[in-house]
Design a protein around this ligand. Structure first.
Ligand code: AHG
Ligand code: MN
Ligand code: MN
Ligand code: MN
Length: 334
């Protein structure tokens, strides 16, 4: 039974020695993310009441229409992370290029880079459906004392020191890993405190839920089409249930708790898929593996991909091990 009396703050302090570099800085970084998440949560929750719904009229570098909450969340996270003496650089879905942070005395001696999808599921904002935030954290690899470079951001996912997401759902939760399993904390909005509600989260090995935007079926690769038909066949414990919210964070969160597979494949229109490797797929892949699941591009492990571009896209498959292995078998044999 979960210890719902333990707060995120207490958990961070107790587990500090488990962090790869236990200077306390990573703990403080997670702390600043939880603070920004509270600020964004507050805004998301009153979205229908204040003038925060709808588009701003600009497009981001992805060619997507930016929503007001995309911009608000982006600014809230950047502001919170910049105010600390920990982060030397930030990359975001909503920023064309990475941001350099000089740190204390302009010295460039901060250690961590953060990559974020400030608001995941933008298309669901105006219709009151769960959205999220995704974050990925690395140690910089270029020498301290000089400004960060693109190389600090283009590290493979297997070098992440922490990753997580916030889901603004029926309740607001932060779920994260520092490489020692996955833990989930639920916000009590009345007092602004997160409690450990989901300790040691694990993907069930088998699942009965498949999550994919089937509207794009005609554009899917043959292996994905074959796997979808397999999910729908009446045989054994099938047909499986289809569930697709359209906010990856929420789809992932449900599958993690109930068991399932999430697929955003390549399509004939978008051969690299839609989701972004650095701030969507890598953090979700680390969480997946830390929760005993599997994450790939349909063939190869996501965490081993050597990134070449900040906004690189990649086909993404993740979830319960046995479902993933079946899907990969269909991909291989197609
Ligand atoms: P974002 O809102 O951060 O741009 O991400 C959108 C992503 C992801 O959240 C979701 O799973 C997917 O796009 C939905 O795409 P489709 O509408 O093409 O299914
Ligand atoms: Mn977007
Ligand atoms: Mn997203
Ligand atoms: Mn986004």
């Amino acid at each position: 039974m979960a210890n719902k009396n333990k707060t995120l703050g207490e958990f961070i302090i107790e587990n500090q020695e488990e962090f790869k570099y236990s200077s306390g800085e990573l703990s403080r970084l997670i702390n600043s993310i939880r603070l920004a998440a509270k600020v964004v949560n507050h805004e998301v929750n009153k979205a229908g009441l204040v003038d925060i719904l709808g588009a701003v009229g600009d497009q981001n570098i992805q060619g997507e229409d930016q929503q007001k909450l995309d911009v608000y969340a982006n600014e809230a996270f950047i502001k919170t992370l910049t105010n600390r003496e920990i982060v030397c650089g930030i990359a975001s879905e909503e920023e064309d290029d990475f941001i350099t942070i000089k740190g204390r005395n302009e010295k460039n001696d901060n250690k961590y880079v953060v990559l974020i999808d400030p608001l995941d599921g933008s298309s669901n904002i105006d219709v009151n459906v769960s959205v999220g935030t995704i974050f990925s954290i690395y140690r910089r690899i270029t020498p301290s004392g000089s400004p960060v470079t693109i190389d600090d951001f283009l590290q493979p996912g297997n070098r992440q020191v922490a990753a997580g997401y916030i889901v603004y759902g029926t309740s607001t939760m932060i779920v994260y890993t520092t490489g020692h399993g996955v833990n989930g904390f639920t916000l009590n909005p009345a007092i602004g405190t997160y409690y450990l509600s989901h300790p040691n989260m694990k993907f069930p090995k088998d699942g009965h839920i498949y999550s994919v935007n089937e509207g794009n079926y005609v554009h899917f690769p043959q292996g994905v089409k074959d796997y979808i038909k397999y999910c729908q066949k009446e045989e054994g414990d099938r047909p499986y249930t289809a569930r697709y919210i359209g906010s990856m964070v929420s789809d992932f969160h449900r599958n993690l708790i109930k068991g399932g597979i999430y697929i955003y494949p390549s399509t004939s229109k978008n051969p690299d898929g839609k989701l972004r490797l650095l701030y969507e797929c890598n953090p979700m892949a680390l969480l997946t593996e830390q929760a005993g699941g599997k994450a790939s591009d349909g063939f190869n492990r996501i965490l081993d991909i050597e990134p070449t571009k900040l906004h690189q896209r990649v086909p993404f498959f993740c979830g319960s091990v046995n479902m993933m292995e079946k899907a990969e078998e269909f991909m291989k044999n197609a």
